[in-house]
Each structure stands twice: as C-alpha cells, then as structure tokens.
Design a protein around this ligand. Structure first.
Ligand SMILES: Nc1nc2c(ncn2[C@@H]2O[C@H](COP(=O)(O)OP(=O)(O)OP(=O)(O)O)[C@@H](O)[C@H]2O)c(=O)[nH]1
Ligand SMILES: [Mg+2]
Length: 337
C-alpha cells in the first residue's frame, strides 16, 4: 500500500468502526468509484478496516431470489427485527440491472421506510450496471465497510443463477426468497440452485394455503434429494424452509432465529475458511474482469490462479492487492511471450 494512501484511510476506517454514518457513506462512495486511480485508496481502506474487527466478526446475510418476491420488504422487516434485538444493521441493495435506474432504487428505499434518526441502521443501494454477471466490485468492498460498522449486514440481490453464486462469496448465509404459486420450486431444483441457499423462505405467506403448500412441496423435494444423496454437502446443516409474510411481518422472528442457527452451525474456523474462499473468488474475478479469461489461462488455469491468490492473501494482501500482483504476473508472462 502506498504510504500516501494510508493516513486518510486509517481516519476513514476509524469513523466507520465508530458507526459514524457520514464516514460509512464516504467509505461507500469511495468503493463505488470505480476509476482505476481510486483502487489504491480502496485497498488502503480495506487494509485499515480489517485491523479494527476480529476476522469472524458479525454476520453477513444475502437475500436473493427472483424479481418481485418481496426481498426488499423482507429485508426491511428483518432489519427491524434485528433492531428490536438491539443489533446494529447495515443494508446493501444491489441492483444488477442497468435498465432499472434510480426509480426502482428509490422505491426500494421507500419500502425500507427507515428512520433517518436511527444511528443503528444504514441503508444503501448500489447500482451495478455494466458489471456483467453478478455482484459489483463495489459490493464486496461495500460489505467489508458495512461489516465493520454494523453487527448484521443484509445484502439484497435480484436474480437467479450467476448472482446467487456471486452473493455466496460475499456473505456467510444465503437466504433464497421465493413466492408461492410461481413454479419456482421445480425451477430451482432443476437448476441445481438448491445447493447454494442455507435458508429458503416462501414469502407472501398471507396468500394462505398456497404458501404452506409451496413450502411443503419444497420440503418434500429436499427430503427426496437428501435421501438420494443429492442434497449437497450441507451435512451439519439441514436446509430449512420457512414461510413469512414480509407485508404482515409474520415469521420474521423465526427467520432471524434460523439465520442465527445457520451461523451457529459453523465453527469459527469454518466461517473464516468460507470468508477466505470469498476473498479468493473476489481477487480472481477482479483479475478476469480486468484482463479476461485469457489471464487465467496464461497463469496456469483457474485452480493455479486461485492458489496464487490464496498465497497473496495469506501474506497479508487484500483481494485488491492480490489481484494487482496477479495482474503484474500476467503482464510479465505476456511480455515474456
Ligand atoms: N401480499 C404480500 N405482498 C408482499 C409481501 N412482501 C412484499 N410484497 C409486495 O410484493 C411487491 C414486491 O415487493 P418487493 O419487496 O419490492 O420485492 P423485491 O423482491 O425486492 O423486488 P425486486 O427488488 O424488484 O426484485 C410489492 O408490491 C410488495 O408490497 C408479502 O409478504 N405479502
Ligand atoms: Mg427489491
């Protein structure tokens, strides 16, 4: 890290750790600024942030699922539940579509209906337009910021497929939200998406029997998958299916409990391991976004690159620093022909 960058970063990070909303907003502005010349400042910020919290601190939860199932409403209800439990909450709503602009994001914010006076709640939308296939560069760093300032970080992302696999690397617990009567159950099983979520929520439970039916169909399908040995590697954790109504705020306490239970089902070293896998994935995706898949090939393939990123992180680099050293190695290999 260039020393010039360190001093303001240390000050900003201290403000973030103190939960100062102005500092949190400034840090998020910095990570959202994707110009190359701010990379060093973001790197310095990440370095400073990680000295301020123990490695496994807090709980990062991703809420993901198809458009319109009620993720924002549920996120708001869950944030409220956490506040009632005296937990400080940071919310990041990631909008992966370049077509849905300010309106949708503001709509989200309105639905969150948060109290601006509440120092323990922070809500921010990130547009990820142009960031093909998933969570933004900024989302990773944004979560690092919020996770320093708040006990719980909620990340809302829309979409099925790539976005889920990305959000998996950013959070400790993935909550898949679906709604009754949409044929989602079959669709998810077919897509093999069942291995990714840690908790499944059938929202709009106020639709009555339909929601209960969707939940029990889902539960049945999961049981059959498990019996057939296809239930994924989640041996210590049985994927729960919950019914909520974000609108009526029912089932939210049970959801908060289930999320907590998932966190508790992992040992501290398993949690740390998952976060390092996420850091490696981030470094590798920074590299391949900068130089394309060719960089991975030239550096010996995806697995070799992951190993190199793991080394760099173990030596104390941030994912941004690790990506930078991989990038140097790639450029050197290019020059060497
Ligand atoms: N009946 C009912 N409607 C709900 C519930 N939760 C959300 N809605 C409604 O469903 C619509 C979509 O809700 P959002 O929270 O914006 O859904 P979303 O998944 O965040 O949508 P996108 O971010 O656009 O993908 C809104 O009209 C909500 O009022 C619920 O529990 N019951
Ligand atoms: Mg939403």
């Amino acid at each position: 890290m260039p020393p010039r960058e360190a001093e303001p970063a240390v000050k900003l990070a201290a403000g973030v750790a103190a939960g100062d909303k102005v500092a949190v907003a400034a840090a998020l502005n910095l990570v959202e600024d994707r110009r190359a010349q701010t990379r060093n400042a973001v790197d310095a910020l990440l370095c400073a942030l990680r000295t301020l919290r123990p490695p496994g601190y807090g709980h990062r939860v991703g809420l993901t699922g198809p458009p319109g199932v009620g993720k924002s409403t549920l996120t708001a209800a869950l944030a409220r539940e956490y506040r009632a439990r005296s937990l400080r909450v940071g919310v990041l709503a990631v909008d992966p579509s370049s077509l849905r602009s300010g309106g949708a994001l503001l709509g989200d914010r309105a639905r969150m209906a948060f109290d601006p006076q509440d120092e323990g709640l922070f809500v921010r939308s990130l547009a990820t337009a142009g960031d093909a296939g998933g969570l933004a560069y900024a989302a990773n760093a944004g979560v690092a910021v919020l996770a320093t300032a708040y006990d719980r970080v909620l990340v809302e992302t829309t979409g099925v497929g790539q976005t889920e696999t990305d959000v998996e690397h950013v959070v400790d617990t993935v909550c898949l939200v679906i709604q009754p009567g949409s044929g989602d159950v079959l669709q998810f099983i077919k897509a093999g998406i069942m291995e990714i979520p840690d908790v499944i929520v059938v929202n709009k439970g106020d639709h009555g029997r339909l929601a209960q039916r969707a939940a029990s169909d889902l539960q049945g399908a999961l049981d059959r998958l498990r019996q057939a040995g296809l239930g994924g590697e989640q041996s210590a954790w049985t994927l729960p299916v919950l019914v909520t109504s974000a609108r009526d705020r029912t089932g939210i306490d049970a959801l908060a409990d289930a999320l907590q239970a998932h966190l508790a089902s992992r040992t501290p070293s398993e949690r740390a391991e998952k976060r390092s896998r996420g850091a490696v994935a981030w470094a590798v995706s920074l590299l391949s976004r900068q130089h394309g898949e060719h960089a991975l090939d030239l550096l010996g393939g995806a697995q070799a690159v992951r190993a190199q990123a793991t080394d760099a992180l173990a030596r104390g680099a941030t994912p941004i620093g690790a990506a930078a050293s991989l990038s140097e190695r790639y450029l050197a290999a290019l020059r060497a022909g």
